[in-house]
Design a protein around this ligand. Sequence first.
Ligand code: TMP
Length: 207
Amino acid sequence: MKGKFVTIEGCEGVGKSTQLRLLKEYCETHGINAMFTREPGGCVISEKIRGVILDPQNADMSDMTELLLYCAARSQHTETVIKPALENGVTVFCDRYSDSTAAYQGYARGIDAITVEALNRAAMCGVKIDCTVFIDVPPDKGFERKGGAKQTDRLECETLEFHRKVYEGFKAIIEKEPERFLRFKADGTKYETHAQIVEALSSRGVF
Ligand code: TMP
């Protein structure tokens, strides 16, 4: 692929959106040909699937249905948006991707790793992640920052215990593939974290 594919991961309330906004501004100021997208979502069909997945009224959704919907959304988004952009040399920043599936549906929901990996691989349509920015804030702190769980979507309605499992999941994923991850504690100001992220992405040849 001609363009670089960067994903951003972390638990709820860690400041991912803020960092993505700052990265977008950075790309605009520096004339970097970049695209910012998100999962689940990023195209019409996948945004519709997002609505189904996150609707708090769908409280009885089974874990396997949830996994398949995330992967369905990913497949459509990857094939129609991410892949063409990368082929055209665009740097793609994606707010969450396959590691979220491994952490949330695999580690936290408890679906076996073989199934999650196989579905993730199929949904990625042959695309490879160049590097992943992980905002490393434990859920206890993330909840605090957000002022408690807002419970506006189905996943946010989950218990703190669930989100602790997600966090442990992310850490286990990083241990398996440390070279892909850029990890940030985010304990300074948002601008300090932003500067660290820019420096790290530059050293990886993204900027
Ligand atoms: P967001 O709040 O970061 O937009 O993400 C939506 C929610 O979906 C968030 O709680 C994380 C969750 N999620 C999964 O459980 N599995 C996935 O594969 C993805 C992409 C997100």
